[in-house]
Write a protein of this length. Structure first.
Length: 128
């Protein structure tokens, strides 16, 4: 989501406003997702894949942020490691993302949906 929308997180505007770009939420959620054991990667778009091949790391890839009146909706698209218990890893992702966003932004999170889009069966770069 990069339509220029900023999320106002100011409760007391006597000193000014605090606004957070949705891209910041994507980065926080992306890093929190990859910290969870059992997550191999997040699935980005073709553009983020090409950018990473040229050395530009995209921490927000595989994360979609939507703003609603009830709060922030987050969709996480993750590739899990083979042998992981999917529902346990998904719950840990939800918990880790929620905690990271609560600590860093104070935003009200309505939903965190985890979409398992693949299973990584072997380590990258390993030759057998």
């Amino acid at each position: 989501m990069s339509d220029g929308t900023l999320i106002n997180v100011s409760e007391d505007s006597s000193l000014g406003n605090v606004e957070i770009a949705p891209e910041v939420i994507e980065v926080i959620a992306g890093i929190a997702t990859t910290e969870v054991s059992g997550v191999a990667a997040t699935r980005g778009t073709f553009v983020t894949g090409v950018a990473e091949r040229f050395g530009k790391k995209s921490h927000g890839k595989g994360i979609k942020v939507e703003l609603s009146e009830d709060g922030v909706l987050i969709d996480v698209y993750a590739v899990l490691e083979f042998g992981s218990v999917i529902h346990e890893v998904a719950q840990k992702v939800q918990s880790n993302v929620r905690q990271a966003l609560k600590n860093m932004t104070g935003l009200k999170i309505k939903e965190i949906n985890v979409h398992v889009v693949g299973i990584q069966t072997e380590k990258e770069g390993s030759a057998e």
